[in-house]
Design a protein around this ligand. Sequence first.
Ligand SMILES: C[S@@+](CC[C@H](N)C(=O)[O-])C[C@H]1O[C@@H](n2cnc3c(N)ncnc32)[C@H](O)[C@@H]1O
Length: 464
Amino acid sequence: MDKLKSLNNSMKTLWQYFTPTNIVSFIIKTLLENKKDKQISILEPSMWDWQFIKELIKIWYTNITWIEIDKNIKINQKENIKIYNNDFFEIKDKIWKYDLIIWNPPYVKNTEIYNSTKELLEKQYWSINYNLYYYFIMSSIDLLKENGELIFLVPINFLYNTLAKGLRKKILDNWYIDKIIDFGEIKIFDDASVEVIAFRFIKNKNKLKKNIDILEIKDKQKRNLSWDFSLEMFNDYKIEQFNNYNTIWNINKKKENFNYKKPITDIFDIYVWLVSGLDKAFLIEDNELLKFNKNEKNLVFNFIKAKNSINYKDHNKFNKYIFIEQWKINNEKELKEYYPNIFNKLKEYKEQLLKRYWTKNKKYWEWATIRNLDKNKWYKEKIFIPNVSRKENQAFTYNDKGYYISGDVCALSIKKDINLSKEEKEKYIKLLLSNDYTKYINQNVPKKWNRKLFSYKFLESLKI
Ligand SMILES: C[S@@+](CC[C@H](N)C(=O)[O-])C[C@H]1O[C@@H](n2cnc3c(N)ncnc32)[C@H](O)[C@@H]1O
């Protein structure tokens, strides 16, 4: 009984968001094509408030199966409706195949998936690090008949996440995507801020359709859900079917064809991150620096932060941070003796610093994540861009002073060992800083909550 109670509590907080009726009816109206044959077999694999099925029953579909793990949910047996009050992953191999699978699956972080479900997943999948909804989508492949259709509402993340490439591969191997509805920033679920999109996939290995139809909400920053959705509220355009699971799947409208062909990584090294984990502890103001002794001054470096990025300009803005490389200072006694002002400053934050997320063997006076430090040091000349931006036209910024880059920007530098003349190198740098290139990156960058994500993965996919 206790087990059941706690299972139910965790579900309440984690999984049970029901899909508002206006969203459900718009999805059905727009995505469901098989409208004539009311006998098609339909499955809702995690039904809870059975929003989708209610709508389908209203329009006379009858051959319906429900699954729901939560035994506390009252399910009234209805004619023609088959109900399984089980874990989907326990019974998915024992049920029939369907013409239509339609629903809003539970979005549950891997670490929060309920143990008994996790045990089932461990037996069925080679990778057990996914969000629960990835497994729901992948399993739907096996449960669909050939040419069957899958309609569902999910977070947009799996189009971008590196981890989701296993899921993207499974989709490419088995399906083509027919339509996507992009709801932008509309807050669909009361307590959950997730940006969601609705899909229609068709199970068919031969890609019968060259393009994907996209419906994109016109006012992407609109949050209010009390709308009667209609097609006029959406822009419609087409994009090509995706063909590579290793890359980001971008659903933005391609406005222009840019003529860049060469992979950017042929010419530029792209690198990220020195992350302090607690900026305020390491940030140094000029008046503090005046008191520092010589040893201490050697540990203060100029850092470029996202806020220092100014479109196009070669500029000279930076922040000063204490930055102590690993093993440079062996113990607290040494820190106190040779670097007394730094010790006094960091001591104040010691407790918070020790709570940062970091790897073993780190000392509290060190930064949390240090990647590509060698590259940061090597390259005086850097072109950088904030990882996240709301600017309409976010451009790269140029700096040649040898500053370090912090975790909120990504930097590019011409490869060290490349065989190019000085003029050619300059040409590439000017290209990245040009208006044309700015247009190119802004038209292609993926967005989340209307913020542009200039991630390492995105920059790596660019052409020049
Ligand atoms: C987001 S709700 C979806 C409700 C409904 N489909 C809708 O669109 O409104 C997700 C439901 O999945 C159920 N669920 C979670 N894990 C499950 C599992 N392993 N098997 C079956 N149902 C599950 C939860 O109890 C919850 O009711």
